[in-house]
Design a protein around this ligand. Structure first.
Ligand code: GLU
Length: 498
């Protein structure tokens, strides 16, 4: 039991890192860190035609973004081909493998015929019977061959941490190829050779690999190498219970980053796709995950990816972030909007305030700029027709807004607290509910009928701005009536400042 856990994430750089791959990486990482083991990275780039450096960079960037730091130097599978060949040679030498001169199409025909005859459900090469001498002679004569594994007669069993004992009858497994006719080792060869050389103790990967596992177990046995523990994690389906498609979740992780997802939220959410802590917690910090993650908590049933849930989780994590971090995330877009004239120059200091007031109501950082336009510029018009009709119908409103502005003007210190106190005092004097002042004031300062706490907003906007906007709305209402005539739905409402 003193054996150190060594796990690996082994992506093929034939595409960007998607939700499924990221979840596999996360489970490996969590298991390694939870058990004080090592998390290794291996780039399985032996498919020359489909592998691309661009994808590799994307995968590394996504892992870094999620904070999945790997140990040791990453291994590049394509650099190990000679080692893979050595392993195949050893298996040939021991008799566990053999040269097969049967061309692929013919092998398929032999298998079909065998199955029709009611024999075994797998390909058995006639060339397994060749003597070492015959086989060598044909190879020396230049006849092309693949090297195949000689499937034994005994069934194969292995232990899976998720499914328990998995047994496969030997007669369903082909004499599979270890090395192709062109001399290239297959995935089966490379993965066992590398996992064995890397000292991998636990193979945690997608359930789509489970049919490969019996073959790999046979290879370990033939090599007299220790068989790792396996954990095949359930597939992730879309909300329609079909394979994840582009519409939901099959995007690259880096696209989620661009959309404003926080890595903490993605880490927390993906961890719960196919794993549960045993209680009904839904949100996990990295430390909580590291503490709680076990292979026993992995579920058998497939998981469903729900982007709305992920978005909700992002909102939860957003509200817990330090303001500085969110400001940092928004800095580039903020600058772009200033340069594009969408936000006035000189409003930089308002960014911190907008973040502070709005972060608990935003799903994404960008929402702070979109919903919080009024932090940077006076509302041009009353966007919210319904709110205007309901909240600005009292004929006394213009005078009250004017008077509130006058009262604010006299305050020596203006902040969340004093703005509230002054407003409530005035409402008491008028003997009206505070709502009679609160709603019109909200519309005056923000142009919309709902938002964060009004007084937090007022405090953040500052006295001058608040007074100006109150007076602007008072003027507007005197001109356009209570409630104001905002024209019909198809045209823009009149500007607050004509
Ligand atoms: N390279 C394989 C893949 O990306 C993973 C192989 C494995 O985990 O054994 O699907």
């Amino acid at each position: 039991m003193s054996e150190t856990v060594r796990v690996r994430f082994a992506p093929s750089p034939t595409g960007y890192l998607h939700i499924g791959g990221a979840r596999t990486a996360i489970f490996n990482y969590l298991y390694a860190r939870h058990s004080g083991g090592r998390f290794l990275l291996r780039i399985e780039d032996t498919d020359r035609r489909r592998s691309r450096r661009e994808y590799e960079q994307d995968i590394l960037a996504a892992l870094a973004w999620l904070g999945l730091e790997w140990d040791e130097e990453p291994l590049r599978q394509s650099a190990r081909i000679s080692r893979h060949r050595e392993m195949v040679d050893a298996l040939l030498e021991s008799g566990a493998a053999f040269r097969c001169f049967v061309p692929l199409e013919k092998a398929e025909r032999i298998k079909q015929a065998e199955m029709e005859r009611g024999g075994i459900n797998a390909f058995r090469s006639p060339d397994r019977e060749l003597s070492a001498k015959q086989s060598q002679a044909r190879a020396d004569a230049g006849e092309p061959f693949a090297i195949r594994f000689r499937i034994p007669t005994l069934d194969v069993s292995f232990h899976d941490a998720v499914r328990g004992t998995v047994s496969t009858p030997a007669h369903t497994i082909d004499d599979f190829i270890l090395m192709r006719r062109d001399g290239s080792p297959t995935y089966m060869t490379a993965v066992v050779c590398d996992d064995s050389d890397m000292g991998i103790t636990h193979v945690i990967r997608g359930a789509d690999h489970i049919t490969n596992t019996p073959k790999q177990v046979l290879l370990y046995q033939a090599l007299a190498a220790p068989v790792p523990e396996f954990a095949h994690v359930p597939l992730i389906l879309g909300p329609d219970r079909k394979r994840l498609s582009k519409r939901h979740g099959a995007q690259a992780l880096t696209e989620y980053r661009e959309q404003g997802y926080l890595p903490e939220a993605v880490l927390s959410y993906l961890s719960t796709l196919g794993w549960s802590s045993g209680d009904d917690r839904e949100l996990f910090t990295r430390d909580q995950l590291l503490e709680n993650f076990t292979l026993a908590g992995i579920n058998k049933a497939s998981a469903v990816f729900d982007e709305q849930k992920l978005e909700w989780m992002n909102a939860q994590f957003m509200s817990q972030q330090p303001d500085e971090r969110l400001q940092q995330m928004l800095r580039r877009e903020f600058a772009r909007r200033i340069m594009a004239g969408e936000i006035p120059h000189g409003t930089g200091p308002m960014l911190a305030k907008a973040v502070n007031v709005l972060k608990t109501r935003a799903h994404f950082p960008i929402d702070i700029l979109d919903k919080g336009r009024y932090f940077f510029t006076d509302p041009e018009l009353i966007e919210d027709r319904k709110a205007a009709k309901k909240r600005l119908k009292d004929p006394a409103t213009p005078d009250r807004l004017e008077e509130l502005a006058n009262r604010y003007e006299k305050l020596s210190g203006f902040d969340e607290h004093s703005s509230e106190q002054a407003l409530r005092e005035y409402a008491d004097e008028l003997e009206v509910g505070a709502g009679k002042l609160i709603h019109p004031t909200r519309l005056a300062v923000s142009g919309v009928g709902s938002g964060p706490s009004l007084f937090a907003m007022l405090g953040a906007l500052g006295k001058e701005t608040v007074m100006r906007r109150l007076r602007t709305l008072a003027r507007f209402l005197r001109e356009h009536g209570t409630p104001p005539d905002l024209g019909d739905e198809d045209t823009d409402p009149p500007k607050l400042t004509a």
